[in-house]
Design a protein around this ligand. Structure first.
Ligand code: SF4
Length: 312
């Protein structure tokens, strides 16, 4: 089993669990009131998803479960999701796996890369926008976002309104939500809520070890990849995953070949489009090595300096 570093005590566990369930209950009430639809538990197949799913079951609220099929998850993750969704449906809860589309046509990471004309990167996470973030429009959703996962998440709140731009984003703490009606309305107007996606992050204050303690003590079935040395599970080769990508491609070489084929197709498109300034990469394999951070690839390119991507 993945890292378990000692149990912080039953009182703390009860407190975290109680607080998370209260957040789910409050979000559920708001979802039914403002959207007329149940709260959606988003599920990725990772450990945090399994914890929030269990908390939803314990909360007693009516809910739905949603997964965005990324097309780059490991087979173990896909099987784990399908297994969990079968169990949920047998209990009478709606569980939907949404297949991705781009410009109205079914797509995958491998068709998206040639269409976008660049590999996904930390700066250009177009795959997230297309493969992960299109579902549940105008719904109230719950995610497994936690503060201790990254610094970028430190500014997130237990409750959020996701607008079209970062400036439109509103976050709120439990305290604000528990204050009087006027305060809530000042923070999240009904109009704003109806037009945007509302988010509750029930386990935002859980630490890594709280997650594993809960999974272990409550005997929750989790993704078997964690027992194969994975600290996080998600898209194979995700540019956000840094060093673990080499292990991922060593364990899943089919995905490496699929990326290289997609980069080959991307290069064909770029050569046809940029006849007067063809890309310096000679093959999809060159692109793959560049993408993986190999500094010794012949024909190194900078997506910005070489004019393939504009910063605007
Ligand atoms: S590869 Fe990374 S950036 Fe792309 S969809 Fe997956 S998680 Fe998002």
């Amino acid at each position: 089993m993945a890292t378990v570093t000692g149990y912080p005590g039953s009182f703390q566990k009860m407190d975290l669990e109680h607080k998370a369930i209260e957040r789910i209950k409050m979000a559920s009430d708001m979802s039914l009131h403002h959207y007329g639809l149940p709260l959606v538990c988003t599920y990725s197949g990772g450990k945090d998803s399994d914890v929030i799913l269990e908390l939803f079951k314990r909360s007693g609220v009516q809910f739905e479960v949603h997964n965005s099929h990324t097309t780059v998850d490991a087979p173990q993750t896909v099987y784990h999701i399908r297994k969990k969704f079968r169990e949920i449906e047998l209990c009478g809860t709606k569980a939907e796996i949404q297949m991705p589309t781009y410009k109205g046509v079914p797509c995958s990471m491998w068709t998206l890369i040639p269409q976008k004309g660049m590999p996904p990167s930390r700066l250009m996470r177009y795959c997230c926008v297309v493969l992960k973030e299109t579902g549940c429009a105008n719904r109230f959703i719950a995610t497994g976002v936690r503060w201790d996962e990254s610094n970028a998440r430190a500014e997130r709140g237990a409750y959020e309104v996701i607008g079209k731009t970062k400036a439109d984003m509103i976050t709120a703490t439990d305290e604000i939500m528990l204050m009087n009606d006027n305060s809530i309305k000042r923070t999240m107007t009904e109009n704003c809520m109806r037009k945007n996606k509302m988010v509750v992050n029930p386990i935002i204050d859980w630490r890594h070890r709280d997650i594993w303690d809960f999974i272990q003590s409550e005997h929750i079935d989790y993704n078997p990849l964690y027992d194969c040395g994975y600290k996080r599970v998600g898209c194979i080769g995700c540019p956000m995953a840094a060093k673990s990508r080499w292990k991922e491609f060593s364990d899943f070489p089919t995905y490496q070949r699929a990326y290289i084929r997609a980069f080959d197709k991307m290069l064909e498109g770029l050569k046809a489009r940029w006849k007067d300034k063809p890309p310096k990469w000679k093959s999809g394999y060159d692109v793959f090595l560049w993408w993986m951070g190999d500094k010794n690839v012949e024909g190194q390119m900078d997506l910005f300096e070489d004019g393939f991507v504009s910063e605007n």
